[in-house]
Design a protein around this ligand. Structure first.
Ligand code: UDP
Length: 194
């Protein structure tokens, strides 16, 4: 329910406010949830890659990041109301985390960009518990990365490793990492770096 299939991708029909409200509840939960803000790149990749399409069917929430999906949904009889972009959604959730004592972990982008993003967000939200780690790690660094995330016990994990690496990462590791809300955010960490 609350979904419409567009080119095989199950998009959430929740508005931005409804999505935010739902995820604010989920941040307090114990079930790890995977969120995708899907742009056309993701939809096209899923059309070409059956394994990626299968992964998308198991994701808890896929929001329309672009206006294209919102328009396309009209042809399917169920209008998607709103775009829910990665930047807007993650900004609103970070603010909520700052106000409610939830930890935030940024995984991705270059070491410089990651450190700047953490620094900027700390400056903007002095009460925010936040840490991060760059996204240029090797397979052999994975145990250390996972230990860093688990040790920090964030409620929100923003993963910016590019599509589809960030989706594969969340899907593969989410039960082990046990973070209530994980979102693939593409280049958003670079945007927070300013
Ligand atoms: N990135 C990363 N590790 C990699 C490759 C990319 O952390 O091995 C980061 C990159 O620095 C950038 C983000 O992933 O911050 C991807 O940004 P882009 O806008 O290309 O992603 P898209 O949203 O188009 O997938």
């Amino acid at each position: 329910q609350n979904r419409v299939q567009i080119l095989g991708v199950p998009f959430s029909t929740l508005t931005f406010e409804e999505t935010l409200h739902k995820l604010e509840q989920d941040l307090r939960g114990t079930t790890p949830r995977h969120i995708i803000t899907a742009n056309p790149e993701i939809v096209m990749l899923a059309r070409e890659d059956a394994a990626f399409m299968a992964l998308l069917q198991d994701v808890e929430l896929i929001t329309p990041d672009g206006i294209g999906a919102v328009w396309a949904s009209k042809y399917y009889g169920h209008a998607l109301h709103d775009r829910v972009t990665g930047v807007e959604l993650s900004t609103a959730l970070i603010e909520h985390c700052a106000e409610n004592g939830h930890g935030v972990f940024l995984l991705g982008a270059s070491p410089q960009s990651n450190a700047l993003a953490v620094q900027n967000l700390r400056h903007r939200y002095p009460n925010l518990r936040i840490d991060g780690r760059d996204g240029y790690f090797k397979e052999t660094d994975l145990p250390e990365i996972k230990a860093a995330v688990r040790g920090f016990q964030p409620s929100l994990l923003l993963v910016g490793l590019g599509v589809p690496r960030q989706e594969l990462f969340i899907s593969k590791h989410k039960s082990e990492l046990n973070v209530p809300v994980s979102i693939g955010v593409g280049g958003c960490i670079d945007i927070f770096a300013g």
